[in-house]
Structures are given as C-alpha cells and as structure tokens.
Ligand binder design. Sequence first.
Ligand code: GLY
Ligand code: MN
Ligand code: MN
Length: 429
Amino acid sequence: MKYSAIKKDLFIDNRKNYSKHLKPNSLALFVSNDILPTNADGALGFVQNSDLFYLTGVDQEDTILMIFPDVKDGKHKEVLFIKETSELIAIWEGAKLTKAQATEVSGIEHIYWHHEFEKTFKTFAFQAENFYLNSNEHTRRYIDMETAEMRFNKKIKKQYPLHRIERSAPIMHRTRSIKHPIEIDLMQQACDITEKGFRRLLSFTKPGVMEYEIEAELIHEFVRNRSRGFAYGPIIASGGNACVLHYVENNKPCKDGDVILLDVAAEYANYASDMTRAIPVNGKFSKRQREVYDAVLRVMKGATNMLKIGNTFEKYNLAVGDLMTQELLQLGLIKSEDVKNQNPAWPAYKKYFMHGTSHFIGLDVHDVGFFAEPMQAGMAFTVEPGIYIPEENLGIRLENNIIITSSGNDDLMKNIPLEADEIEALMNA
Ligand code: GLY
Ligand code: MN
Ligand code: MN
C-alpha cells in the first residue's frame, strides 16, 4: 500500500457504530474481495471490499471479519481471519500481515488464519441466532458475476440453513454516510492530491496536446503523492466530446479554441475524491464559453449553499433545477414557453443538464447513503452541475466535494482553482 498508516481508532469506532444496530444474539460476517483475473496468469490490481475496509483497515485478500457482541465467552466479540503468511508467500507475493500487524492495523485482538475459519466458526455459529450477511445493495448496481461475497453468503446459508439471515447493507449505508473525522482527513488528502494534479495540468495544457497526455500528467502526479491512481475512470473530453457524459477514450487532440472538460480525481487510502473542471485549451475562454462557465459556476455556488443539515434531496433537486432554468433562459438555450409547457417529470432544463447534481462520496465514488432522508452533519456529497451544448461543441461541468457541518458545510476542494479568471491566470503564468 502506498498510503501512510491510518489510525486504528477509525476502524474501532466504525465497528462500535455498526454493532449498535445488531439485534440481540447476532453475529455479522464480512469478507474481502477477490483478486480478479484478467487473462493467462494476469490479474487486476486488488481493490478491497469497502465495507470490510471500513470495519478493519485490512487491505488484503482472504480476510474475514466476524462481529459477535453477545458472544458467550465475552472475548471473541471481534475476530479477524487473515491469509496465513509464510516465507514463500513473502518471496513471491510480498509481505502479508502478521497476526500482530493485523491487530495493529485493525485494533482487533483475536486473529486467526483464513484456513481456520470453517472449524473456528462452528462454535460461534452454534451460539448465535441471527447471521448478518453483507451484500452490495447500491441502488445503481446490478452485478452479473458471482463476487467473493456472494460465494461466501451462499456457503454460509447452505451450511447453516436454520439460522435467521439479516442484512448488513442498510446498517452500512447508514454508518458509512456519516464520516468520521479521520475519514474526512483522508478525503481531504485525496482532494489535495487531486489539486496537485490539476495545477500541474494547467501549466501543461496547450493547443495540440492529446487528451491522454493530460491523463499521463495526472497519473504521474497522483502516484508520486501516494495515491493508487484515479478514483474512477478519468474523463478528459475536449470540445464536443464533453457532451458524451461517460467519455473515457481520452484519445483526441485538444484543439485551439475548444474547452476541455476534466472529470479527474485521485484516490487516497481507498477514499475517493471526485473533481470536474473545464479549462480553455488555449488559456483563454471565448465570450460565449465564459458566459456558460459562469452560469454553471453560479448554479454550483447556489447548490453548495443548500447542502446543509435538514435539507432534503427532493427540495434540493427542485431548487437546483430552478437555478439552472434561470441560467439557461439567460443563455438563450431555452425559452420561457419551454418552461411554461414543461413536463414536471422531465423539466426543460434537462435538455442541457440531464444528470443529478449530487451523490454521496467516501470510500466509493458513488458512496452509500439514504437519499430519501434529510441531510445530516458529517455527510459528504459532490456538487456537480453542468451545461452540455453539442451544437456549440461545448460541455461544462464543475464539481467539488462538500462535507456537511453543524454550521453549514465545508468544501474539501476550496483550494482547487475554480474561478475562470484564476484558471486563465494560471494557464498563462
Ligand atoms: N466522476 C463520476 C461522477 O462525477 O459522478
Ligand atoms: Mn466526477
Ligand atoms: Mn461525481
């Protein structure tokens, strides 16, 4: 792992918060992700299961966490099973955690080897009435393959068919949506690395550079600052490419006179940042580009002010829609008749701003949380309005990451250049 050690208090507190939600005499199980194969003997880079990481800090495969607050012996309330390490594994794959190191990382005292799970678990299973099993219940995700978690759940249910099964996902969505101060610090570090990358590309970009050359500048800056790399597939979309919302080819030349939309951000310690900026290839926005840029920026600022305790997404989305409608009228992109006759289910502004304004962010870019409930202190959201005008070869989106606080909110990206004048000045410095 490239990141610096994380204080184990985070994982200790997270387990405490999670455990509060369990019914009496229940145990909960969490497993690591697989190392996914590619072809021949290749494999993708390992990415830990976010929930297991959140509860343990263990960032390696073949890991199982058991939480059993009411365990009879009073000692094995938390047990971790990790991959047995050996000199041979150390030589071929590199060091894995020793038991002592696993305790140091997670704060869990009782560590067993992964291959001891089945035997050891029998005793605990016999005492428990309910098993809390975990699953990816992200509302935007459908997974067609069998994940390590699905495989594990299937096995547990087969071996213990008479235990009651409960879901961990709703508890995880709730606890993970309120960020711990240590998490906020890690997310700030991810944003600070993103800032470094963005400042680097501002001085690099000029007419004729390829979109992938900008990508290369960013990955260089991210990795040298202890990031694993991009927190998600980077979008570096010049000119009309910016109107393709999930453009990831990044293979076109950046032309004089065009604007580049950059949805690019670093991961740090498994935490995501998620930034979007739009910059003029030649260092100076045209009058029209600037008008659209400033319109998006005003919506972004207005939306940010509404991310506060007690607001609901229903009200927030309507209010952001109203702000955007006013801006699009001013820009001459929609007419008042369009607004008067609009379908409330798909208002006129959606023609130019067709995606959501905010999503939860944290260990996952599109993090877990309850959109139907009011906003609370400690929640982290993106704010990312955009205007996409294919007929003008122009797409502008601006995106920052916001933490809701007791007195309003804090912008983790407040140091990343955002005003058009500042962007131009840095590009021409
Ligand atoms: N970069 C993904 C998003 O903005 O949601
Ligand atoms: Mn983004
Ligand atoms: Mn986003």
